[in-house]
Ligand binder design. Sequence first.
Ligand code: ADP
Ligand code: MG
Length: 696
Amino acid sequence: MLLLKTMEEVLKKEVRFFKGVGAIKARDLRRLGVETVNDALFAFPFRHDDLSNAIDIEKIKPGQKVTVRGTITVINNHRAKNRRMVITEAIIEDESGSIKAVWFHQGFLTKVLKPGTVVSLAGKVDDRYGLSLVNPVYEVISKNIATKHTGRIVPVYRLAGALTQKVRRLVAEESIKYVGAIEEWLPQEIIDHEKFVEVQEAISQMHFPESLEKASEALERLKFDEFFLHQLLHGKARRELQTQKASMVPFNEVVVKEVVKELPFKLTNAQKKATFAILKDMQREKPMNRLLEGDVGTGKTVVAAVVAINAKASGWQTAILAPTEILADQHAHTLHRMFGDRVTVGIYTRTKRRVGEKEVTKKQMLDALRNGKIDLVVGTHALLSDDVIFNALGLIVVDEQHRFGVKQRKALKDREGDANGIPHLLSMTATPIPRSLALVLYGDLDRSLLNEYPVGRKSINTFLIQENKEDDFYQKMRDEMDKKRQVFVVCPIIEESDALGVNSVNEVYNNFVQGPFADYRLGMLHGKLKTQEKDEIMERFVNGDLDMVISTTVVEVGVDVPNATVMFIEGAERFGLAQLHQLRGRVGRGEFQSFCFLHPSGELSPLAKQRLSALVKSQDGFYLADQDLKLRGPGNIFGTEQSGFEQFKLGSFADIDLISSARDYAKDYLDEDPELDTWPQLKKRLLEYYEEVHFE
Ligand code: ADP
Ligand code: MG
């Protein structure tokens, strides 16, 4: 017992006490969620670079994919003929010879790769402009680490603030020393049957793999862990739900018909079908657990509103949870405008409290919810806090469901004071999940699909920008802004120091503000800003006080700016198709013809070209999600941050077989022992996972 306790304590050891990690680095690590040894062990690299087979420069041949190591002797920026694109050229030298490296759109490289820097470059050898590496991935080889990790596979981690790969590797290396304190929690039976590597080995190999095969074995095992835990958690929640009694909300046909008739438009058939299915579900004593899936713009909100009005007719309240304040605010305004005569709409977030259009105090708001004065409340996480009590909550609607953890949903659901039963749950998402995948992920979750757009919706003209053709598109963007339309620009990564070398928000902003869009009002949004600052910029954009907003994917969630007509996506090939499609859905929400411009960050691989062409040709989110699954294949894409599949750190859409197997195991285990007492380690790990999901 004593021993066990010390093992756990070891994992809680804080990384700020490591030699070489000071207060500042500790702060930056904390921003990445790395405070303890345990955090560090599970903060996996997003990529490995194989530096084990660096070849001599003199042996390089055109067409090869190579890694070379050497010293930068010269590095310079110059502008391409069209004046817009920055081209960076460098000479790298090893003992056998030298070669040119060329990067496009990455002017900041001259600050990172100064002459004298020892680097490792990986990329394809081109001979169009003399033998050269075009847009190679680069890695600065720092002297300390170089001696330790030369000629091996190195992990590449996420960075923040002043952190470098060197520091991250040091922290990982130091933490790995304690990996022995991690207990195996996967039942031996599964390990044996699936031929998985043990957990300690998997974690070690994820950070510092001996070979790429070992890395991929480790990844496989750890992905399974994620899927298995996810399936267990959801399986358990589903089972618990089945045993509970729900609020019975009668289907009031008269009221529903009236409301539908009063709408300023005709519901699509898909909307009608979904509404009907939900109304039927809610009539029953069994808690509804339905997913309403519909591409951006298919009109999910109206469906939620109609069922909320039906609930109100028999005295039930509805809560809509939105992922951000802006979105909650938008929903509240829209719903109040459309249905304010029929239902009292409220908003409750950290900073906004209204009943109808009237601003109220927190106390007034809480009272209004408790005594049932508010029929329909829209809110953020604030709605989940303990002091929020409903009079009779009949329905919870979660918009963009993947942003909410299981626990948050439960928080509202388990609320006392609903003696008549727990509320029904409707999740709404615009993330198109391929049918095949939804089946294994959500199997027994009921689904309604809005696979039809309201009539009159124009398709969004999508273009893949060819090399050196940027100017034409910049002109088009200026034309739109001159017509008082607005432009979204989305970039994949913030940090200039990121080894992927993608143009950062800063970089694009600076280029745009000094170059093609000097005469326009530009705003910048990224993860480093405080929520309040983000909201403020977004609000200015929504109000039309900015012509263009340049951001990371924080704008992905359903903000409605009908006046925005251009979505310009920088480094488009870095995103998943599903996500690109969702980003594209940010425009084309108003009456104007809208455009989506895909700007690659460099030369495209044939596969990348195929993926982007699919987007140019199709507007169908489900088709695209399927294509994504096909085209990406089971490749080793670490993490899914860019794919709208956020609940998994390592797993992705492509791992359908693994998901399927995890699901089968989860079902078997829960069937055998729903409490999992037979497998104490597994039970313990699941509890931890539950907390992680909660706090993320
Ligand atoms: P999303 O599914 O992306 O959440 P919204 O609910 O925001 O879509 O709807 C997008 C826009 O389409 C809104 O302005 C809404 O009023 C409008 N809309 C919804 N349904 C219809 C319909 N059947 N006919 C015409 N317009 C509709
Ligand atoms: Mg929406």
